[in-house]
Write a protein that binds this ligand. Sequence first.
Ligand code: NAP
Length: 485
Amino acid sequence: MTDLHINGVWVAAHDGAEREIICPADGTVFKKVDEAGPADAQAAIDAARSAFDSGWWTQISVIQRGAILERTGDLIEERLEEFAQAESMDTGKRIVEARYDIADSIRCLRYFAQLGPTFSGRSVDTGDSHIQSRVQYEPVGVAVLITPWNYPLLQAVWKVAPAIAAGCTFVLKPSELTPSTSIMFMQALVDAGLPPGVGNLVLGAGASIGETLTSSSKVDMVSFTGGLETGKRVMASAAATIKKVALELGGKNPNIIFADADLEAALDNALTAIFLHSGQVCSAGSRLIVEQSIHHSFLQEFVERAKKIRLGGPFDESAETGALISEAHRNKVHTFVEKGVSEGAELLCGGEIPEGPGYFYPPTILANCTTHMSCVQDESFGPVVTIETFTTEEQAIALANDTYYGLAGAVWTQDAGKSQRVANALRHGTIWINDFHPYVPQAEWGGFKQSGIGRELGPNGLLEYLEAKHVYHNTSPAPSGWFGA
Ligand code: NAP
């Protein structure tokens, strides 16, 4: 079977290129996929452009487009275990986590299927009975959707579902490292009735096809999820033709623990906040900010529990978290830790590359940190957490906002007033009070500051793929008389 989907046909790469896919848990090559080059990316853009410009797709009712999303969700649900296994092999994540991710993806498809028909525009009261004025929503056009490797199917669904609900056509480019569930997703969309050309899939390295996709004048918008530096390149490339750009970038997410919190819940969730999926989560709680009076005992227990976390492959039932995505990424995380230590952070556990196959890296805790350190400011995207302390509410807020990112943060306290004050003061796109990580497809997701532009999920997640058009109808036209006859 060939793996690129262009204009309704599964094809191989124009130049016959292929890529080996490696399971991060043991470093073995377990499959090969076709690898698109610029010519394939261009063909995918052309197909999406003609499907959009022909007009028939946008004339298919939003109910029918929603039905395609519903059917796709059903088809994925029927093969949930197969999807989860493929996701685990590509990412190295535990099968249990992969099952959650696939179930979340299905929920997201169903949410946008239902949301689409609710966007009906609005009438505007101009105060003039001869004027009918309405705002209507129309699809942006051809959308290029670029996704990362940490939640491959989920990130693709967060973009594809609203794109289809809105009536856009699209070219999906997943990370070159984790293509499997994107291929399966595209097949499910086709089986659910997605017409040829509407959805196109190119697998290929961002370095070789990214520029073709993001700079093309035939593309109307780019929705990108990935790292900050790549995001800047994507935005610069899209700027040449003033494309609409949606960016979901990294995070350096504060997790504030007040002394009056339910400390057992806070402790347990502080571990999940950072070590879930070995820290390869954009909203990972990578900055633990603890009130000074409980700092010593809290940290002692946190370190003890972190040391006990069991690493293992996707199908190892005793494992609690998995490997990092690649050797290159593990080396990057390790260099990040070494730099933190050289800047004065105290290594309390982890920080060493283990022997053996797979790209594992242990839970790593850096204490005595201050905001000027690179390990506090920059994203490692690995299982590395920094510890800072505070004595007042104002200081906790100041620390948590002292970052160029602004994706997510949490506050733990049993004082409802304090939790609300802190939540309101934090400059991050999602705030959890007495929790960490949960999200729902009905609520917007995205970042303040350099964590991104725009929102995914929720009504605003659909609006990203829509243009608002104002139609102003004068039912009683007459000369304006502004200039003489
Ligand atoms: P990345 O290296 O920036 O890659 C993201 C995607 O961009 C991949 O598909 C990549 O392709 C592609 N790409 C690379 N160079 C490109 C270029 N010049 N033009 C266009 N596309 C290009 O990020 P990653 O390492 O996959 O993902 C980790 C990052 O994603 C972290 O910073 C994380 O915080 C962020 N993230 C954010 C969210 C959120 O919701 N805010 C969610 C998940 C992840 P290749 O893989 O082929 O290079």
